[in-house]
Design a protein. Structure first.
Length: 230
């Protein structure tokens, strides 16, 4: 089976990204400076999580179908709930849920949901193919909200946008979904948008990060943030 490829694969390879296996796919582990990236992640760093698993479901029975399979869902739309294994369940509306695979470990939930999807229609829940259509970035660090203020009109500071919040908004003039799920005490914003615009979004974010001394990150730095507070 061919490993899924990020829509910005060429860009991250050109920037020195080192790839390794995570959750059965090839993902960027670091950019050649693991220790420096961990330090940077506390301040400001951008990771490409696009190769990681994710799946969506829509329909009047989507919530009930997912809950029956052990997915802990938020009680309202535009909220995110973290599962015990690190998987993130995002309610985009009362009838649509997006499930993002864990970045901390090789979860099996997305694969299990996809394998069960053939029977989902009986519960009026319909799978949405999300891998090819969405890029998935993570912007981490104490300066992340200030950085995003340069490319997004939503107030993403903690008082207005605490952990678990979801916004469907404009990011660098692109339609995007922003999900806040912190790692320990470090703010982390998951950014999802149209794969066709992924390279533009990546470049725009890197430009916005320059003022704050941000840099690209691999999964190793995000894993370190998670371990620091466990």
């Amino acid at each position: 089976m061919i490993s899924p490829r990020s829509p910005i694969d060429d860009a991250v390879r050109a920037a020195g990204g080192t790839f390794g296996q995570h959750a059965g796919v090839d993902a960027v582990i670091d950019f050649g400076d693991p220790k420096g990236e961990i330090v940077a992640a506390r301040r400001l760093g951008l990771a490409d999580l696009s190769p990681l698993p994710r799946v969506g479901f829509r329909g009047p029975g989507a919530r009930e179908w997912l809950a029956a399979r052990g997915v802990d869902l938020p009680d309202e739309p535009n909220r995110a709930s973290v599962q015990p294994d690190g998987v993130i369940a995002v309610t985009r509306s009362w009838t649509e849920v997006l499930v993002l695979g864990a970045i901390q470990s090789a979860d099996t939930l997305c694969a299990r949901l996809e394998s069960d999807a053939a029977d989902a229609h009986r519960a009026r829940a319909y799978p949405l193919p999300r891998f090819d259509g969405l890029f998935w970035f993570a912007l981490a660090g104490a300066s992340a909200a200030d950085c995003l203020a340069k490319v997004c009109g939503v107030d993403l500071r903690e008082l207005a946008f605490p952990p678990g919040s979801v916004a469907q908004t404009s990011l660098a003039r692109l339609n995007a979904v922003i999900v806040r799920v912190d790692l320990g005490e470090t703010p982390v914003f998951h950014l999802l948008g149209d794969s066709a615009s992924a390279e533009y979004a990546w470049t725009s974010l890197l430009d916005a990060m320059q003022e704050f001394g941000g840099r690209p990150l691999g999964l190793r730095a995000l894993h370190a943030l998670d371990r620091e507070f466990k």
